[in-house]
Design a protein around this ligand. Structure first.
Ligand code: SF4
Length: 315
């Protein structure tokens, strides 16, 4: 009978919100997982996915508990010992590496790995085997964001922190449904708006979602027209004088080229292409422009709309 363990702090691996959890081994051998009240991201709360984390460990009926191996195509999978599985894996890797070099092998890992697990597999592949052939599904998920960040901000780094949620008085959510996909963060946005009725939310999404249900302005654009809409919003913001000129002069490049780009199309033309009313684009711009602190779907700015934000709209 195992002894009950102290609660071990860890992180929920299911999504990028990264909620803190406390993991505990109970006396009956089961694992329990609860939200960590001391963790700044979720403050003890977990969504339905995080609340069910422990079942991946406790449910022994349909979970793979031991390695299985197929010795040839014609033979069925059979249970083997860890030693046997590791020995065979290493032997296959060694055969290829000796014959064709380290770049003949690769690892494909999971975006659900934690930082420590990434460290170990990177160390193994890059430090020991000597190849860069290591990828995960995170690349498929994040490559467009990386390009956007580099174009808009000069580096691949989200320039915000979650504490900014409670400081913002306007949110722009584009092509996302955080009420479903990142519910713990969205609960914070909901609570912030409930406590501060002046806080505005603009949602750009062809779909009507639980997120758009809370929006002050929902621009239900035709699929594939988001760049046109963002450029129209930028034009309206420039026309309204809701841009941070000092910030642009000190920190941005290419503003004049961008201004010419967004002025090449009228708001009326943009509205027709996007399938929304021109008045709604103007309303969205008028909502985004005045706030003191502004958040865009993970990109949080302040004091009017800085160039970085306008540039990001183009991405
Ligand atoms: S929002 Fe849900 S899935 Fe995402 S990290 Fe938190 S508990 Fe896990």
């Amino acid at each position: 009978m195992p002894l009950a363990s102290p609660a071990i702090p860890s992180t929920c691996c299911y999504c990028g919100v990264g909620c803190g959890v406390l993991v505990k081994l109970e006396k009956n051998g089961d694992v329990t997982v609860t939200g960590n009240p001391a963790y700044p991201v979720n403050r003890g709360a977990l969504c339905s996915k995080g609340l069910n984390l422990q079942y991946t460990v406790n449910d022994r009926s349909d979970r793979l508990l031991y390695p299985h191996m197929r010795y040839s195509k014609s033979r069925p999978l059979q249970r083997v010992s860890w030693e046997e599985a590791l020995h065979r894996t290493a032997a296959v890797f060694r055969t290829f590496i000796e014959q064709y070099g380290p770049d003949s092998v690769a690892f494909y890992a999971s975006g659900q790995c934690l930082t420590e697990e990434y460290y170990v597999i990177n160390k193994l592949m890059k430090g020991f085997i000597g190849s860069n052939n290591l990828d995960t599904n995170s690349r498929l998920c994040m490559s467009s964001a990386v390009v956007g960040y580099k174009m808009a901000l000069g580096e691949d780094s989200v320039p915000v922190c979650y504490d900014d949620i409670e400081l913002a008085d306007c949110f722009l959510v584009t092509g996302a449904n955080p009420a479903w996909c990142h519910p713990i963060l969205w609960r914070r946005v909901e609570a912030h708006k409930a406590a501060n009725p002046h806080v505005k939310i603009v949602v750009v999404d062809p779909r009507a979602t639980d997120t758009s249900a809370l929006a002050d302005v929902h621009l239900q654009v035709l699929p594939g027209t988001d760049v046109v809409l963002h450029q129209a919003l930028a034009r309206a913001l420039i026309e309204n004088g809701d841009i941070d000129v000092a910030f642009i002069e000190q920190h941005a490049e290419g503003y004049e080229a961008y201004r010419q780009l967004v002025f090449a199309r009228t708001l009326e033309e943009a509205a027709q292409l996007c399938g929304v009313a021109e008045a709604d684009i103007r309303l969205a711009a008028a909502t985004l422009g005045p706030p003191r602190a502004f958040c865009r779907c993970g990109l949080w700015g302040s004091t009017k709309v800085p160039w970085g934000w306008i540039r990001t709209l183009a991405c």
